[in-house]
Design a protein around this ligand. Structure first.
Ligand SMILES: NC(=O)c1ccc[n+]([C@@H]2O[C@H](COP(=O)([O-])OP(=O)(O)OC[C@H]3O[C@@H](n4cnc5c(N)ncnc54)[C@H](O)[C@@H]3O)[C@@H](O)[C@H]2O)c1
Length: 321
């Protein structure tokens, strides 16, 4: 199966992961429509393509989602209000993440679709009791973002079971890499650390830095997402997407500082409310077994690629000047 000639709607396609996915879809000759309200997304991420149609709008707009889903063969649903919005404006988080997903599913049920792929988050596992985390481990909701992401997932499964809407869910763990914009106040820790290190400013770590995460290079995350969309075996399934490796934030800061010439001091500051997850590492055996996916970019390669991109990109260079 292939995306050649298929109409593919990517919600959140002007964002970090979404735009990397758009690159791959264009390479596979899909006809891509991006729906994005540019809340954190940026048109520069997708503007090089004649074959990509951009629609500025929100997944909360029921009429618009109906129209776009009706015309699509596949929907990759990535649009999201992030974790920081979720704590400051939980209603906005609910509307975009839960209601927005619901709108996509309503339209998919009404008009039919080959697959809806929903990008969920490891944040729904909260503080796991066991490591590595399996897909069927305990769900522990510690913030409104995890609640809205899990609500989206739950509706995906409800619509699959009750109404045969073909869905697949991928649960990403801390994605990083090219186009993760350090200028975006909601970006991930790797982007922030690079930004500080490249400016020669202190790298600030919330808490003692011994908290761990599983960092996934964006190229690997989008490969896994594409496989989940195309494989018949992935229908009605949820897959962890991660590296399967656990890294402390202290080690990460050291690695990034070293790559950038080790000019920055590493300083520990107060823990934030959202830093309440102590350890995270994903079991990625299910996706390996079902879809034959394994990550191909190890951490040092991923950090190197990110570093090179940050150095090359003229906009970033202006930003770090
Ligand atoms: N980056 C990660 O580490 C990570 C981890 C776990 C899960 N995810 C999931 O991956 C997906 C993509 O995340 P990302 O890191 O690329 O985030 P991002 O903020 O870069 O991208 C999200 C995009 O959605 C757009 N958007 C926000 N609200 C919208 C709305 N109401 N209607 C239309 N567009 C809207 C934004 O403008 C942005 O372009 C999300 O579903 C997120 O939950 C990401």
């Amino acid at each position: 199966m292939t995306f050649k000639g298929k109409r593919v709607l990517v919600t959140g396609g002007a964002g970090f992961v979404g735009s990397n996915l758009v690159d791959l879809l264009v390479e596979r000759e899909a006809s891509v429509i991006v729906l994005d309200d540019l809340f954190t997304g940026n048109l520069n991420n997708i503007q090089n393509y004649d074959s990509v149609e951009f629609v500025k709008g929100s997944v909360t707009d029921r009429q618009l989602t109906n129209k776009l889903v009706k015309e699509a063969d596949y929907v990759f649903h990535l649009a999201v209000r992030n974790i920081i919005v979720s704590t400051q404006q939980p209603e906005m988080d609910f509307e975009a993440n839960a209601r927005g997903t619901f709108n996509i599913l309503l339209a998919a049920k009404e008009y039919g679709i080959q697959r809806v792929i929903y990008t969920s988050s490891a944040s729904i596992y909260g503080n796991p009791r066991y490591l590595p985390i399996n897909e069927d481990d305990n769900i522990s909701i510690l913030n409104p973002y995890a609640a809205s992401k899990f609500t989206g997932e739950s509706y995906c499964f409800a619509y699959y079971e009750m109404f045969d809407v073909p869905i697949s869910v991928v649960r990403y763990s801390n994605v990083y890499g090219i186009r993760q914009n350090p200028g975006n106040p909601y970006c991930g820790v790797i982007s922030k650390f690079f930004d500080s290190a490249l400016k020669g400013e202190p790298i600030l770590i919330h808490g003692d830095g011994e908290q761990t995460r599983d960092f996934t290079y964006v190229g690997d995350a989008v490969d896994a997402t594409m496989l989940a969309a195309l494989s018949p075996k992935a229908e009605g399934q949820v897959f962890n997407v991660g590296s399967g490796k656990e890294t402390t934030i202290n080690d990460l800061a050291q690695m990034i500082n070293h790559l950038c010439g080790a000019r920055s001091k590493i300083i520990h500051i107060d823990r934030r409310d959202i830093d309440n997850i102590r350890r995270r590492v994903m079991n990625i055996e299910k996706i390996r077994h079902f879809l034959r996916w394994v990550p191909t970019i190890n951490q040092s390669e991923g950090l190197q690629k990110t570093y090179e991109w940050l150095q090359k990109d003229s906009e970033r260079r202006r930003f770090v000047a």
